[in-house]
Design a protein around this ligand. Structure first.
Ligand code: ATP
Length: 293
């Protein structure tokens, strides 16, 4: 129960929730006996059209136990751009991600998507607009096809295959003993880490989300898988906003904006090159090899 309160674990449950819609999240919270902390406004409005313009405005967040998660976080993620959140452990990166689908609500300030405060929106529409790919994706002991389709239960087989191709997963899936009908084993253990991640990307792509949230793996994938995943991520970025908690220097370097967090705030903001010139915390992190190469 304690573990379930951690944001990373909460985001893990979100993985299921986002696949199943709000009902799924409700069920997960029922199971762990924890009330859903957020409520939909009685006069909630529809998510307006837009490209996923996401703004954190002086966001503070205090955990129920009184701990400060965020202390005035400010940044803008413009449509089509990729924003990398970096910073020391405990800086609030995961907390910031968890506020976007409203796993918790801000304690102060606000977050807007396409101009509207998240708290004014129909909750299911907000969550439908977001996909989340975690470091360890939850796969179920079902055929690969079904695991990908969880991103969008209405998708037909051809749409599932198209998503797999875009995520560079189609080739390895076709090479499995029963292709798309292959059972992945409990937790997806019959697939390698890189394969699981590609299935997760296919699932996310099938959602065609306005906002893509990524929690980059710290553990080493083999270099081929890593290149493929990186490539797939680049394609997934088009036409949406991507926010990635980044651990790899290559990811940070290719981001349009790097937000350097410390103690719940953005202490530096800019491209890799600009931040290296600034010679502050980010430059120090790079010099001290805080990032996986
Ligand atoms: P890491 O890189 O280690 O994942 P992070 O930058 O993602 O770190 P967070 O996990 O967001 O940082 O944590 C920010 C702060 O909030 C830390 O002080 C942490 O102890 C605290 N915190 C995180 N989750 C909870 C929770 N569920 N209850 C209370 N405090 C929490």
């Amino acid at each position: 129960l304690l573990l379930a309160a951690r944001p990373l674990r909460a985001l893990g449950t979100l993985n299921i929730a986002l696949q199943e819609g709000l009902g799924g999240l409700q069920r997960v919270f029922d199971v762990i006996d924890e009330p859903v902390a957020v409520a939909q406004a009685p006069d909630a409005i529809d998510l307006p059209p837009g490209g996923g313009d996401l703004r954190f405005e002086q966001v503070t967040f205090r955990y129920p136990d009184g701990r400060m998660g965020l202390e005035g976080l400010d940044f803008v993620a413009s449509p089509g751009l990729t924003v990398a959140l970096v910073g020391p452990s405990g800086a609030g990166k995961s907390t910031a991600l968890s506020l976007i689908p409203r796993l918790h609500d801000v304690s102060g300030g606000r977050i807007t998507i396409d101009g509207v405060d998240l708290r004014r929106l129909v909750l299911s529409q907000l969550r439908d607009a977001i996909a989340y790919v975690s470091q360890d994706t939850l796969l179920f002991d079902l055929p690969v096809m079904d695991n990908i389709r969880m991103g969008n239960p209405q998708a037909d087989d051809e749409q599932v295959r198209a998503a797999a191709r875009a995520a560079a997963a189609d080739d390895f899936i076709q090479a499995l003993p029963r292709g798309y009908d292959t059972m992945v084993g409990p937790g997806g253990q019959r697939l390698s880490g890189g394969q699981r991640q590609r299935v997760a990307l296919a699932r996310a792509l099938l959602r065609n989300p306005r906002v893509l949230l990524l929690d980059e793996a710290t553990s080493a994938l083999d270099s081929e898988s890593e290149a493929i995943v990186h490539n797939a991520l680049t394609h997934l970025r088009h036409g949406r906003t991507t926010i990635v908690v980044a651990h790899r220097l290559s990811t940070v370097r290719s981001a349009d904006l790097v937000v350097v967090m410390a103690q719940g705030r953005a202490v530096e903001c800019g491209t890799h090159d600009a931040l290296m010139d600034e010679n502050g915390l980010y430059a120090r992190m790079v010099r001290n090899q805080a990032f996986t190469l």
